[in-house]
Design a protein around this ligand. Structure first.
Ligand SMILES: [Zn+2]
Length: 116
């Protein structure tokens, strides 16, 4: 359903979002053979995101390291642990951790849940 929205003024942004999506797809495909290329795709995606001021959807945000920006694949370049109400993702490249509140897959309410 997220794919259906269309606001006229944000047509270009829509395109940018699609490109970002695509880049993450590619990153995913390349990862096994060419992890460096995946990092590059993620970098490009980030650049597009910044240019068009697009906030990355949560799902994508979790696929890159907040610290060193590398592409994260659970079990391969990242370790994912559930810790109480948080998901802890450890980047195996820089060994830093990111924490996300754990929530049921569809709930969109995260604003009332300050993360610290
Ligand atoms: Zn990292």
């Amino acid at each position: 359903m997220a794919r259906r929205r269309k606001k006229q003024k944000s047509l270009i942004r829509d395109l940018a979002v699609q490109r970002i999506d695509r880049l993450f797809d590619l990153a995913d495909q390349e990862f096994e053979q060419n992890p460096k290329r995946s990092d590059r795709y993620v970098l490009l995606a980030r650049r597009i995101g910044m240019r068009f001021r697009i906030r990355f959807p949560k799902t994508l945000k979790r696929r890159m390291c907040k610290h060193c920006r590398s592409y994260l694949v659970p079990g391969s370049s990242a370790r994912v642990r559930l810790r109480g109400r948080y998901i802890t993702v450890t980047c195996l490249r820089c060994n830093k951790q990111m924490r996300y509140p754990y929530e049921n897959s569809k709930s969109k309410v995260e604003a009332n849940n300050p993360v610290q």
